[in-house]
Design a protein around this ligand. Structure first.
Ligand code: A3P
Length: 279
């Protein structure tokens, strides 16, 4: 991890942060591009699959994700349309051409207790971090302070919450992991409407089924993305772990939870976002 102009980036996977961020900022967009933005471990790849299927009017899984923060512009320039990008960078680093209002942006949020657990499990498996620590309050505390790759969860969600006001010209949809989990069909339809797709109800049902955790996980076991293999210490299966709401209860002590709640209350005092921490 490396701080660059006040933000903690995972420099291990970003080649030359300054240059790469400048290339992103100036990148050419296509009108049918879709950007999926999030704090990592919020269900970004889940929504990616859904968007990918909706845009292509079929229910085949994506075989090649476009990770804006990591891959070269050549890869994106040569990618077929419609392109879907995943990114976790701050809003002011996104391509300036988004302000032309032609490209759609989707943000996904998830309750931060499950995010920190998912984050911990992910970091432990990354080849480049060689992180062998235990899950305890010191990790949670680092997360709460933003002393982790991609900085602060609060900074991310609070700036995205304001995005419709700061960027009223950009077509924008905010999604939520817990809503997707409890009512996938309804949430997928919401995404379809946002994308301007009049997808048949049967196809929506099929997408909901294929994008369930169990089925997507199995697909990725059978067809691993080679890019993830380069990130991982023990095989490419680093995104699809458990896919549940409330797994944090298996990791937090009562004291961790109390301390977390205290910080959460302070930092989210001005926010209208409401997160569900259990079913
Ligand atoms: P867990 O580690 O809690 O299992 P991201 O794509 O932003 O990195 O998020 C990864 C998290 O989303 C992981 O959480 C992963 O299991 C979960 N996830 C991915 N696909 C999912 C799906 N179809 N249904 C539910 N959760 C999913």
């Amino acid at each position: 991890m490396k701080s660059y102009e006040g933000f903690n980036y995972p420099y291990e996977i970003m080649d030359n942060i300054g240059d790469h961020l400048r290339h992103i900022r100036d990148m050419e967009l296509r009108d049918d591009d879709v950007f999926i933005t999030s704090y990592p471990k919020s269900g970004t790849h889940w929504i990616y699959e859904i968007v990918y299927m909706l845009l292509r009017d079929h229910t085949a899984y994506c075989r090649k994700h476009h990770l804006l923060d990591v891959e070269s512009m050549d890869v994106f320039n040569n990618a077929p349309s419609p392109r879907v990008f995943i990114t976790h960078i701050p809003i002011d680093r996104l391509p300036w051409r988004l302000s032309q209002g032609r490209v759609k942006v989707i943000n996904i949020t998830r309750n931060p207790k499950d995010v920190v657990v998912s984050h911990f499990c992910f970091v432990k498996r990354l080849a480049m971090t060689a992180f062998d620590g235990e899950f305890n309050y010191s990790y949670v505390d680092k997360f709460l302070r933003g002393d982790v790759p991609y900085d602060s969860w609060f900074r991310s969600v609070l700036t995205w919450e304001k995005f419709p006001q700061t960027h009223p010209e950009v077509p924008f949809l905010m999604m939520n992991y817990e809503d997707m989990k409890t009512n996938p069909r309804q949430e997928i339809e919401k995404v379809a409407i946002f994308l301007g797709k009049t997808t048949d109800g049967v196809v929506l049902d099929e997408i909901a089924d294929k994008c369930s955790f169990i089925k997507t996980h199995q697909d990725k076991v059978d067809h691993p993305d080679p890019l993830f293999d380069t990130f991982s210490r023990d095989g490419p299966q680093i995104i699809y772990r458990k896919g549940e709401i409330g797994d944090w209860k298996n990791w937090f002590t009562v004291a961790d939870n109390e301390k977390f709640d205290q910080v959460y209350k302070e930092k989210m005092a001005e926010s209208n976002l409401i997160f569900r921490f259990s079913l």
